[in-house]
Design a protein around this ligand. Structure first.
Ligand SMILES: C[S@@+](CC[C@H](N)C(=O)[O-])C[C@H]1O[C@@H](n2cnc3c(N)ncnc32)[C@H](O)[C@@H]1O
Length: 260
């Protein structure tokens, strides 16, 4: 298991079956206890105590703040962090989540169903000029939880509608090659409304982390994002490349906004 990265390498969709779960179904799903502990540990290590500046997070919160009013939001590779990324957003009408791991979404759901506001959330709220009540509202908008491999062909039959906001934060950069990355963005773009927008962020691994996990995403750069946008029929509206200093795992964050 990846000790710090927030994902479990080589994990597959449990039962091999892509599916959509309501919150109640997710609450009752069978989970792997070790995986659940892993995701709970990830949340408490990275999204619990003091806000860590210099990792690109503040820039990403800034990009999300520019998204404007949206009705239907799909967070791809949500892990345990969707509520955090909801901080700078205006109120939405529904939030759906997708992850390959049912355990990641269970850890997210347990957190959503609590009324806990960790310290870094308080700080992000203050930075975004939002009040804690914003999170109470956002917690009520979670609707569907999709379990599938978002880096392969998408199970389009599971979806009832498209989205005017699709986010992919720390997910597409888990694709093994630039071509796989481009295909994954194109798959996600299929669920984007005509006037929708996609916001993503990818952390480029340091050589230490590449060696440690034998996974190299140094193919990532703004030209690859531009190629992905073009192949998906989207316009690249914003792209930023933020150097990360003094982090053993990541050297750079690339964050982007694509529009139909
Ligand atoms: C680095 S974490 C990022 C989680 C979250 N978006 C965040 O900002 O903290 C990557 C997430 O993507 C999920 N994931 C990894 N591979 C996936 C795949 N092929 N399809 C869908 N989700 C995947 C992992 O289970 C994990 O929850």
């Amino acid at each position: 298991m990846s000790e710090y990265g927030g994902w479990i390498p080589d994990i597959e969709v449990s039962n091999g079956e892509a599916r959509m779960l309501s919150a109640e179904q997710l609450r009752q799903s069978r989970v792997n206890a070790a995986y659940l502990r892993y995701f709970e540990g990830y949340r408490s290590r990275y999204f619990y105590e003091e806000f860590i500046f210099g990792q690109g997070t503040e820039q990403l919160l800034g990009l999300l703040a520019e998204v404007g009013q949206k009705q239907r939001w799909l967070d791809v590779g949500c892990g345990t962090t969707t509520l955090f990324w909801s901080v700078p957003l205006d109120e939405v009408g529904a939030i759906d989540c997708c992850d390959i791991s049912v355990e990641a979404m269970r850890a997210l759901l347990d957190f959503i169903m609590s009324d806990e506001i960790p310290y870094c959330y308080e700080q992000a709220l203050a930075m975004s000029n939002k009040v804690p009540h914003h999170l109470r509202l956002m917690r009520e908008w979670f609707r569907k939880f999709f379990v599938f491999d978002a880096l392969k062909g998408w199970p389009l039959h599971l979806f009832e509608h498209n989205y005017d906001l699709v986010t992919g934060i720390g997910i597409f950069g888990l694709a093994k090659t630039a071509e796989d990355y481009i295909c994954a963005i194109r798959s996600a773009a299929q669920k984007l409304d005509r006037d929708g927008c996609m916001v993503g962020a990818d952390w480029v691994r340091s050589s230490y982390f590449i060696e440690r996990e034998h996974f190299d995403n140094s193919y990532l750069n703004i030209s690859v994002i531009a190629a992905a946008a073009e192949r998906a029929g989207l316009k690249l509206m914003r792209a930023m490349d933020v150097d990360i200093k003094d982090d053993p795992l990541y050297s750079k964050l690339i964050a982007w906004v694509l529009h139909r």
